[in-house]
Design a protein around this ligand. Structure first.
Ligand SMILES: Cc1ncc(COP(=O)(O)O)c(C=O)c1O
Length: 397
């Protein structure tokens, strides 16, 4: 019986380093409470420096935004997406990867995952592009999502997109700190977007970052994100802009968080390793795989539970954890299954089988992965999961 005083264990709560206060205090001391300010400039610079490492010596430019969604919206606009366009997008993702496509009047075409990374399947991508080309359509852009802390197979995806001259927007909202072939996530594609939402590996309480190696793209993003104000003493506007910039207070939080990023990555990887040690060898259980070319942050530890082989189902596991006040969730429901995107096309990984991402959703679970999770809490989660697997095992025996 659960002790009613047992404190809830959350999926991925914010984890302050203590350094944030210094930057926020400085903003208060100097009365830089408004949007923009020295913390925003410094946060953009520090992110550029962080991303520049290992990115083939490319200089990255950053524009801090009010959210990751805002960065994706601006990014797609800057890739030239206009009404009537087709935009390719990972199906297995959070809705914010796809909403801006629709909001720009374009039509998303969804791409399945592959088993090896759970991210966009290069095989499905190629088939989608070739099918659309046979119909006389060339996608304006591709939104490739780096899921749960892991980058996509960019060696394959970039090669395919280069062949067809399709620009990539890397949705790295969930993958700051990860890398692919030693190159940091957020440096692939013509534009990338990060999120600093409260549940991410580091947070600004709410915010995002648009990244590009093209300074003209980032300059235009800054312009559009600040109401598209032309240079003039009065307010002069020639295009409709947005109020999409980050505040100086939020950027102060982000600066303090960025100092702790390496530790947060190490901690999340250790949490994944703990789940792997406990359940990785169990029949029917599979943790999200990490291909040799990937270094995942394991922002969220995720696993599939195959009801035909495991002694538990995903939904039973969710119920058992909820009963113990432990927050867990199903993996993302693929976009092509969302009522919002009913009728949109989806290209599967393997034509002879059901889409990979449908199984990942039906069997997938996201487990508590917060970098501040204590050893006691970790043991509590593992014990609860062990017990959830146990009764059916006894019944089978
Ligand atoms: C894959 C993905 N894309 C985009 C977003 C949107 O970021 P934000 O919440 O900062 O708008 C999120 C998370 O929230 C996400 O997980």
């Amino acid at each position: 019986m659960l002790d009613p005083r047992a404190k809830p264990i959350l999926l991925s709560p914010p984890h302050m380093s203590g350094e944030e206060q210094r930057f926020v205090d400085e903003a208060f001391r100097t009365n830089w409470i408004a949007p923009l300010g020295p913390n925003v400039d410094a946060f953009e610079r520090e992110m550029s420096e962080y991303l520049g490492v290992g990115a083939h010596d490319e200089r990255l430019h950053c524009c801090a935004t009010s959210s990751g969604t805002a960065a994706i919206h601006l990014g797609l606009m800057l890739l030239g997406v206009v009404p009537g366009d087709t935009v390719l997008c990972s199906s297995f993702t959070f809705v914010a990867s796809a909403n801006p496509i629709r909001q720009l009047g374009a039509e998303p075409v969804f791409i399945d995952s592959d088993e090896t990374s759970w991210n966009m399947s290069p095989a499905a991508l190629r088939r989608a592009i070739e099918t659309l080309a046979a119909e006389g359509r060339r996608p304006r852009a591709l939104v490739a999502v780096d899921l749960y802390g892991q980058g996509c197979d960019y060696a394959s995806i970039e090669a395919i997109c280069d062949e067809w001259d399709i620009p990539i927007l890397e949705d790295a909202a969930e993958s700051l700190g990860a890398s692919v072939h030693g190159r940091r996530c957020g440096t692939f594609g013509r534009v990338a977007a990060f999120s600093f939402n409260g549940n991410k590996i580091i947070t600004t309480s709410g915010g995002g970052m648009l990244v590009s190696s093209d300074p003209a793209i980032v300059e235009r993003a800054r312009f559009l994100a600040t109401q598209a104000r032309e240079t003039a003493a009065h307010y002069e506007h020639t295009v409709a802009g947005f109020n999409y910039r980050m505040s100086n207070i939020c950027a102060g939080v982000g600066r303090g968080q960025l100092l702790a990023l390496a530790d947060r990555v190490a901690r999340r990887r250790a949490i994944f390793a703990g789940y792997d040690a406990a359940f990785g060898n169990r029949a029917g259980v599979r943790l999200m795989p990490e291909p040799v070319w990937s270094r995942s942050t394991h922002w969220l530890t995720t696993m599939t539970i195959d009801p035909a082989r495991a002694s538990c189902t995903r939904d039973l596991m969710l119920a058992k954890l909820a009963a113990e006040r432990i927050e867990a969730r199903p993996t993302w429901k693929p976009m092509h299954l969302q009522p919002l995107f009913a009728g949109c096309r989806m290209f599967g990984h393997d034509l002879s089988r059901a889409p990979v991402c449908e199984r990942l959703f039906e069997q997938g679970i996201c487990l508590p992965s917060g970098s501040s999770m204590s050893e006691t809490d970790r043991v509590r989660v593992i014990a609860c999961m062990d017990a959830a697997f146990a009764p059916m095992r006894a019944a089978v025996a």
